[in-house]
Design a protein around this ligand. Structure first.
Ligand SMILES: NC(=O)c1ccc[n+]([C@@H]2O[C@H](COP(=O)([O-])OP(=O)(O)OC[C@H]3O[C@@H](n4cnc5c(N)ncnc54)[C@H](OP(=O)(O)O)[C@@H]3O)[C@@H](O)[C@H]2O)c1
Length: 333
């Protein structure tokens, strides 16, 4: 194998300042491993949070970032029977998508449906699967009817709304800026609220006529997440899955609302648990997600594709206000 290029983080900090690139010699795949020639990888908030050092206790420096991307199997190691060279896969379960050759455990490489484009495949895992699982387990399985989604114009926010719409639910959407409201066009909503105009709690009380929410899907945390928690009906559930505000939920919230459930959802917990206990469930869930990506329900818009050598420009674009869609890294030479 020729020398490959990879993104590398040697110190924690803002991604656009600390991610560099370097040449390296990929190792040959050992027993059970495969070498995947990466094609496209996405930049997600989970990458930026990890690079920032928020999970410093479980992140060893230096490391290659990237939790999501698509590649092609280049070589299989001894004992790998279910994969063959040339097969397109999502190498999941670890960071390292921002490199040209990822050598990884073959059990974590899931085949991609041929109908998906590389752009669709590179964005078919983190947000689509999270949206599917949260919708299924916390909304559909509980019979919830009155549902709110914040950061509603984010990639996952819009997927959640489309999945809820498919189930006949018209959620209440919250965005932080007026211009984001236009990005909700084409979805069916009970109401759309801009939290720059009025506090979320006040708006939710009025829209639900004091009934409260059955489920709130919170990607923001901090004050806004707490307002969603307070806006729940008794017996309701706050599903907290993101920290876009940079602030955790207030620690006193559970004591304030003993009559609701506050659930922390992390895709990696679900994925690692099912992979250890029942790996077919992960493959089945991904197969379902691929269908939802193809029919548009779990589709992601792409804001731009940058070569890995321009990773800092890609990260600056990702951080720029008003970005519409995901920024992807091309790993092709
Ligand atoms: N727990 C999990 O397993 C899991 C899995 C997937 C995603 N997530 C989380 O879901 C969140 C969204 O991910 P994504 O990929 O959809 O992100 P994204 O498409 O990059 O969108 C983020 C958008 O959210 C809006 N936003 C940013 N800060 C905000 C704030 N303080 N309040 C309200 N809106 C804000 C911004 O839109 P405007 O600029 O238009 O306001 C921004 O464009 C992230 O926190 C991510 O970590 C968690």
């Amino acid at each position: 194998m020729s020398r490959s290029l990879r993104g590398i983080v040697r110190e924690f900090g803002p991604a656009a300042q600390v991610v560099g690139t370097e040449r390296y010699e990929p190792t040959r795949p050992g027993p059970g491993q495969v070498a995947v020639r990466m094609v496209l990888a996405s930049i997600n908030p989970s990458d930026l949070v990890t690079i920032s050092g928020a999970y410093a206790s479980r992140t060893v420096l230096p490391f290659v970032p990237g939790f999501e991307g698509v590649g092609v199997v280049e070589e299989t190691g001894p004992g790998v029977r279910d994969l063959r060279a040339g097969q397109r896969v999502l190498p999941l379960g670890s960071a390292g998508a921002w490199q040209q050759t990822k050598v990884t455990d073959g059990r974590w490489c899931l085949a991609v449906r041929p109908e998906l484009t590389d752009e669709q495949a590179a964005t078919a895992y983190i947000n689509p699967l999270t949206a599917l699982l949260m919708t299924r387990h916390h909304v559909l399985d509980t019979g919830a009817e009155v549902v709110a989604v914040n950061a509603a114009a984010s990639a996952i926010g819009r997927m959640l709304i489309r999945m809820l719409n498919r189930a006949g639910i018209r959620p209440i959407a919250l965005v932080r800026r007026p211009h984001s409201l236009a990005r909700l066009a084409g979805t069916e909503l009970t109401a759309a609220v801009c939290t720059a105009d009025r506090p979320a709690g006040e708006a939710l009380h009025e829209i639900t006529r004091g009934r409260g929410l059955d489920v709130a899907l919170d990607a923001v945390g901090g004050t806004e997440g707490a307002e969603l928690g307070r806006a729940l009906a008794a017996g309701g559930t706050l599903v907290h899955y993101g920290l876009l505000s940079g602030q955790p939920l207030p620690p006193h919230l559970p004591a304030e609302r003993r009559d609701v459930r506050i659930v922390l959802f992390r895709l990696r917990d679900w994925v690692h648990t099912v992979q250890a206990e029942a790996p077919d469930r992960l493959a089945d869930a991904l197969a379902e997600v691929f269908g939802l990506v193809l029919d548009g329900t779990a589709a992601s818009q792409v804001a731009g594709v940058y070569p890995l050598s321009a990773v800092r420009q890609a990260l600056e674009r990702d951080a720029a206000p008003g970005r519409r869609g995901k920024v992807l890294l091309s790993l092709a030479d």
